[in-house]
Design a protein around this ligand. Structure first.
Ligand code: SF4
Length: 250
């Protein structure tokens, strides 16, 4: 029986996006700065985004927004802990910094480099198929186009949106489980699936915030608005949140 979908839409007055993003940006900076050596020195020179914020956004910065690196790390990140994504991305991209190089590896070597990312065999196989398609159809380049990305094996909307924003600096909204959860709790949307959340956000979120929402809410969702018992007492946007479907909180 098909899953009953909540009626999509937002849940009330237009959010004050400027204030919300300003508060989230300030929180992110304070959080990352506090995690630098010594914990209290906010000198930006100490800020190592990849070690402190091992999201695909930080990996994209590490690899200077190289589209192949962003695509590889995004695929490796699916259903995989951040620390593992970081290590496997470094290991694989160290040996396979281009589609040609990954095909120069054997299947077994590719799988070993993807381990212990979740579903590492499937991901290794997808990446090799993707590499072959990129070489055959795009002269070895990653296409900067949603439909072309979605046609690649193992690439869904989340991956395609993240590649467009992080590698090509294009306006797109990457909705992962954190963006979906927080958007529903705050009342910005009322949806039952990430793809629907993306559709609604595309209608209500000013374009200038599209590229930032993923990086901000992934870290916020890991640290503050956690799936179980979020830290609402520490939340910088609590006065703007309706806490929809939040049971226990701290
Ligand atoms: S108030 Fe609580 S539920 Fe709302 S965004 Fe903050 S942490 Fe999440």
């Amino acid at each position: 029986m098909p899953r009953k979908e909540k009626k999509p839409g937002n849940t009330g007055a237009a959010p004050d996006w400027k204030a919300i993003f300003s508060d989230l940006e300030a929180w992110r900076w304070d959080f990352l700065a506090a995690r630098t050596a010594g914990g209290s020195d906010t000198d930006q020179a100490d800020y190592n985004p990849t070690e402190l914020d091992p999201s695909v956004t930080a990996l994209a910065e590490k690899y200077r927004r190289d589209p192949w690196a962003v695509l590889v790390s995004t695929i490796l990140s699916l259903r995989t802990k951040d620390a593992v994504t970081l290590e496997t991305s470094k290991a694989l991209l160290g040996k396979a910094p281009s589609p040609e190089k990954i095909l120069a590896l054997t299947e077994e070597e590719t799988e070993k480099l993807c381990y212990p990312a979740g579903f590492y065999r499937t991901k290794a196989a997808s990446l090799r198929k993707i590499a072959a398609i990129l070489i055959a159809e795009y002269n070895g380049a990653v296409p900067a186009n949603m439909d072309a990305l979605l046609a690649l094996p193992g690439v869904g909307r989340k991956t395609a949106n993240l590649v467009l924003t992080e590698a090509f600096d294009m306006d797109a909204i990457c909705v992962d489980i954190h963006v979906h959860r927080i958007s529903n709790r705050t009342g910005w949307v009322s949806t039952g699936a990430p793809d629907i959340t993306e559709q609604v956000l595309r209608n209500i979120l000013p374009r200038e915030y599209w590229k930032r929402i993923n990086a901000l809410l992934v870290l916020y969702g890991q640290q503050i608005c956690r799936p179980v018992s979020p830290f609402c007492s520490l939340c910088v946007i609590s006065s703007r949140c309706i806490k929809n479907n939040v049971g226990k909180s701290r």
